[in-house]
Design a protein around this ligand. Structure first.
Ligand SMILES: [Zn+2]
Length: 505
């Protein structure tokens, strides 16, 4: 029998501390692709959708793909934007009859009228399709998964890598579980356990540290006949909501008490190793000092500005690190991106080769990462900001920074862009004439994803906290909705399991 399956991708990681609201334009700035356009753009890349299609081919499904949409991490999603994207999914379910629903969500979406945006999508879908149709969901592990998502979806499967390089594989895994469910072989449900923490201490990185052993244990547990997926979510700390932080999910059947006991062992490990921090977070001055004295014969020094990561809702316009590098006299360097549409626009009015003066960055909130710098330099190039990735995450995918420019200031090539994007692919420099491999120093805005493409060319990697919006100095952020006590804000936080395993009742 050929099952009819509805698929859709709708993702946002909401940083509730951001001053920037997420509206329709914010989604258009990243991508909003309907039906066939989404299939054409994403079917052969490392995307969840490609994995859904792999599963569909393997099992002979008739797939109706509604849309693929995502916006850069930023403030709460406005109701109009949410309904503009969610309504077509619900309408398709009303129109067609589907044996299964397969969604790629992020898991950390907050709406301006509801703190659990992903739960709201699932609520609307469930209200339309009824309780019998199985719903499978893929998640980014930077998800804050509440109990309601586990009740509304049958199957939840998160990526197992950070840097995320297994999106397609995760789509395939979720699709395989959905197939068995539609065929009546299994009856999965998902349990979750959590501890009072804002996030897993290392953001869930999987290239080093304790997540490697946790994932191995999860894989071993998945070998049991009644276990279909174990997901370990690091959580997303920049979201001030009542359900935040790491979760361990088991999608399975049978002895749920046993699944909860297993999930507890991983959650206890996340809690007990909360002080084992893998990165050394330098100040910008210390990072600039390392850069000034660096021997780059074995490759450039890569400095990641962790706190100004646009991939976590940082504004991308923090100037603290750039200022420190200029102050330290670092040359033969590149820096990117600096998100400043006003400056990019102004540079589009100049000629390449011309000496220009700009007031750069620090314009959105100078209290997080420094105020504007007044700089003079040579305009090397201007462009429309378009690039196609060639690395493990973005390979084959088309993106745009919007109007962009490269300005050379005292030996540092600064990539100035309009649309905020985390630096995670070499083409994000190369497409604009910047050759990162030949540089002494590469300064970029990213927490961890950059490692997938930049570690292979780096002589050394260091990480700094510039004090921008995604700073690890959590006490600077006005948390109001997160239940207290919570680690690391409160010393008296306890490692006891938090309530919320409704599937048990
Ligand atoms: Zn993520």
């Amino acid at each position: 029998m050929s099952f009819r399956v509805l698929t859709a991708e709708l993702a946002h990681e909401t940083n509730t501390f951001s001053r920037l609201v997420t509206d329709e334009q914010a989604f258009k700035d990243r991508y909003v692709l309907m039906g066939d356009d989404a299939l054409a753009a994403r079917c052969e890349a490392n995307t969840e959708l490609a994995g859904f299609l792999d599963a569909g081919r393997a099992h002979g499904w008739k797939i109706e793909h509604v849309l693929s949409a995502a916006a850069a991490p930023s403030g709460k999603v406005k109701r109009a934007a949410f309904e503009w994207l969610c309504d077509p999914i619900v309408a398709a379910i009303e129109r067609g009859r589907f044996e299964g629903i397969l969604l790629a969500l992020h898991g950390a979406m907050v709406l301006d009228f509801c703190e659990d945006g992903d739960g709201e999508i699932l609520r609307r879908i469930r209200a339309c399709c009824g309780n019998e149709t199985p719903i499978a969901v893929t998640l980014d592990p930077h998800a804050n998964v509440g109990p309601e998502m586990c009740l509304l979806a049958d199957i939840l499967v998160s990526f197992r890598t950070y840097p995320h390089i297994d999106m397609r594989e995760t789509g395939r895994r979720a699709g395989a579980i959905l197939q068995r469910t539609m065929a009546g072989e299994i009856t999965p449900q998902t349990i979750r356990v959590s501890r009072p923490m804002l996030e897993e201490t290392n953001g869930g990185r999987t290239d080093a540290g304790p997540m490697i052993a946790r994932l191995a244990a999860a894989g071993k547990y998945e070998e049991q006949a009644d276990v279909f997926a174990v997901s370990i979510n690091a959580g997303f700390a920049s979201t001030d909501v009542s359900v935040v932080g790491p979760t361990v999910l088991v999608t399975g059947q049978g002895n749920l008490e046993q699944h909860i006991a297993f999930a507890d062992t991983l959650a206890d490990d996340i809690w007990s190793r909360r002080h084992e921090v893998l990165n050394e977070y330098l100040t910008v001055e210390a990072a600039a000092a390392v850069a000034a004295g660096f021997d780059s014969r074995k490759g450039p020094l890569v400095i990641a500005d962790y706190a100004d990561n646009p991939g976590a809702g940082g504004y991308g316009d923090s100037t603290a690190l750039l200022g420190a590098l200029l102050e330290a006299g670092v040359r033969n360097a590149c820096f990117g991106p600096m998100v400043d549409g006003e400056a990019a626009q102004a540079l589009h009015g100049a000629r390449t080769g011309e000496q220009v003066r700009v007031v750069l960055g620090g314009k959105i909130d100078a209290s997080f990462g420094g105020g504007p710098l007044t700089l003079e330099g040579e305009l090397l190039s201007i462009s429309d900001g378009h690039y196609v990735g060639d690395g493990p995450i973005l390979g084959g995918l088309s993106r745009s920074y919007g109007p962009s420019a490269v300005l050379l200031v005292d030996g540092i090539e600064i990539l100035i862009v309009t649309i905020a994007k985390q630096m995670l692919d070499l083409q994000q420099f190369k497409s604009f004439g910047i050759e990162p491999e030949g540089k002494h120093v590469i300064a970029l805005k990213s927490m961890q994803h950059f490692r997938a493409a930049f570690e292979p060319i780096a002589g050394q990697v260091i990480v700094c906290d510039s004090g921008a919006l995604c700073t690890l100095q959590y006490e600077r952020l006005p948390y109001r909705n997160v239940p207290r006590p919570v680690f690391p804000l409160d010393e008296n936080a306890s490692g006891a399991r938090l309530p919320g395993i409704e599937n048990l009742t």
